[in-house]
Ligand binder design. Structure first.
Ligand code: UDP
Length: 482
């Protein structure tokens, strides 16, 4: 309380109004972590999810009483953040993003108090919380880290770091010492060093902290399954020397329609309307286009996308997150009526991907979406934007051979400066994805085989099922000896 605190609260309110809440960024780590918790709970683990009020609201509808939610307050206003800013739902300016990370880091004290209170056998925390390692270690509790990415991307990141100083800026290069010959452009690779001197420099510092604890952690839990990327699961363990458990695909824990429906928060449109629309379409005839929880585009790019999808003459569901509608070409809605559905906001992705009418997925290659596409047995057109998405594209297109590239070549967080892909390129990629011919048929066949392997991995006796068993047993044995 007091004048200073009141002033901070007032500023936070004003800021909150300025930061239009238009998209749900950052769900890509929270959703799989909650799914993973559910998979462990089903196997008898006692799970507590430690979170804050706003995030608890998103998580609560998707879990049952077997999982306990431990809610702590988030100090938004103490760090000059908008009121209620507890996740990345807020379109924060760069200088505010740094404050958000600082506020998260300040949760050390309640985190420690909770560990003291619960004495868990282990903690699983996200990679962006490297300090949790030290606090858990001080209490003798093993920390498992969740990176949100697959073995392939973990290995590729390591390979890039090992050669980055030797690379020419303009020359394509091969990621060294990987099981496949993976050629990349510098423009496609996430290079934290490039953030030096920019307002996002704090991410470079954060990355250093993450790397510092990476090998010290008890191990890594990965949302993947062994049969999907065996060479890379082995490489991560044997060559990089990490202890790892592949326990996915975690989204498959959501078998009930209500689970699929509630995942991720409010849907921006009537789900029954969307499903009814799909029910009337022929089998495998619809393209689903979605760029995850944070894929924003410039208005010019959205217009090209609109025209490309229209020109493909295919039916489509397209999820747009920009919040306003002034990108829509004149007369567009009329022209695509009955054939195209545009969802502004959050879509019930798991339900859509698994609907019989959907035959292809245009994705930004976020790992959750990619794996959900694999589980649904769908071929994908790949359009990576940033983060490790360009590595995932390589995995989908060159290693698993279930994807076709749309043609994105430049990693850029900023939708305004990212090069624009023209309508004709988008049209061609979508036609290729949904087309006929041996190549497209082979892609579809391979996608179906992978979906079957994914399903088997989490069933009793499957590889991920067994990994969960092994990890739980190991932690129980450890408890007996401590
Ligand atoms: N998602 C969803 N509806 C949407 C957009 C995304 O349900 O409209 C879910 C999707 O199923 C996935 C997650 O949000 O589980 C996005 O994670 P991903 O790793 O694909 O991308 P990110 O958001 O991290 O870029």
């Amino acid at each position: 309380e007091g004048e200073e605190a009141d002033e901070r609260k007032r500023r936070a309110k004003v800021l909150g109004e300025k930061c239009k809440k238009s998209y749900q960024e950052g769900r890509g780590h929270m959703l799989p972590l909650v799914d993973m918790a559910k998979l462990f709970a089903v196997r008898g683990a006692r799970i507590t999810i430690l979170t804050t009020y706003a995030n608890a609201k998103i998580i609560r509808p998707t879990i049952d009483n077997s999982i306990y939610l431990y809610i702590i307050p988030f100090p938004s206003t103490d760090f000059d953040l908008p009121e209620g800013c507890e996740n990345q739902n807020f379109a924060l300016p760069d200088n505010q993003r740094k404050n958000f990370f600082k506020a998260v880091d300040s949760l050390r004290i309640p985190f420690d108090a909770v560990l003291k209170d619960l004495c868990p056998d282990c903690v699983v925390t996200d990679m962006f919380l490297p300090w949790t390692y030290y606090i858990a270690a001080a209490r003798g509790i093993p920390r498992l880290v969740f990176h949100g990415i697959n073995n392939f991307a973990l290995c590729a990141t390591n390979a890039f770091n090992s050669c980055r100083l030797l690379l020419e800026e303009k020359e394509p290069f091969v990621l060294p010492d990987l099981p496949h010959q993976i050629m990349m452009l510098r423009t496609q690779v996430m290079d934290f060093e490039k953030l030096a001197g920019t307002p996002m420099e704090f991410l470079l510092e954060k990355n250093k902290e993450i790397e510092e604890v990476d090998a010290k952690n008890y191990g890594t839990v990965i949302n993947s399954f062994y049969e999907l990327e065996p060479e890379y699961a082995d490489h991560y363990r044997k060559v990089m020397g990490r202890r790892a458990w592949n326990v996915g695909p975690v989204s498959l824990c959501n078998q009930e329609v209500t689970c699929k429906l509630l995942r991720g928060g409010e849907q921006s449109m009537s789900v029954s309307e969307c499903l009814k629309w799909l029910d009337e379409k022929p089998m495998s005839s619809v393209v689903y286009v979605c760029f995850g929880s944070s894929g924003l585009f410039s208005l010019a790019q959205l217009r090209e996308m609109a025209l490309g999808l229209e020109a493909s003459t295919l039916s489509f569901i397209w999820v747009v997150r920009n919040g306003d509608n002034n990108w829509i070409p004149e007369g567009y809605e009329e022209r695509i009526k009955g054939r195209g559905m545009v969802i502004n906001g959050w879509a019930p992705q798991l339900l859509i991907l698994n609907h019989f009418a959907v035959g292809g997925f245009v994705t930004h290659c976020g790992w959750n979406s990619s794996l959900e596409g694999i589980c649904a047995g769908l071929p994908m057109a790949t359009w990576p934007l940033f983060a490790e998405q360009f590595y995932n594209e390589k995995l989908l297109v060159e290693v698993l051979k279930v994807g076709v590239e749309v043609g994105s070549k430049v990693f850029d967080f900023n939708p305004e400066t990212r090069p624009i892909l023209e309508a004709t390129i988008i049209e061609a990629a979508v036609r290729n994805l949904m087309g006929e011919g041996e190549e497209a048929d082979e892609r579809r066949r391979r996608a179906k085989v992978l979906a079957e392997k994914a399903r088997r991995a989490i069933e009793k006796g499957g590889s991920s099922y067994n990994e969960i068993e092994k990890l739980m047993q190991e932690l129980i044995n450890r408890r007996k000896h401590v």
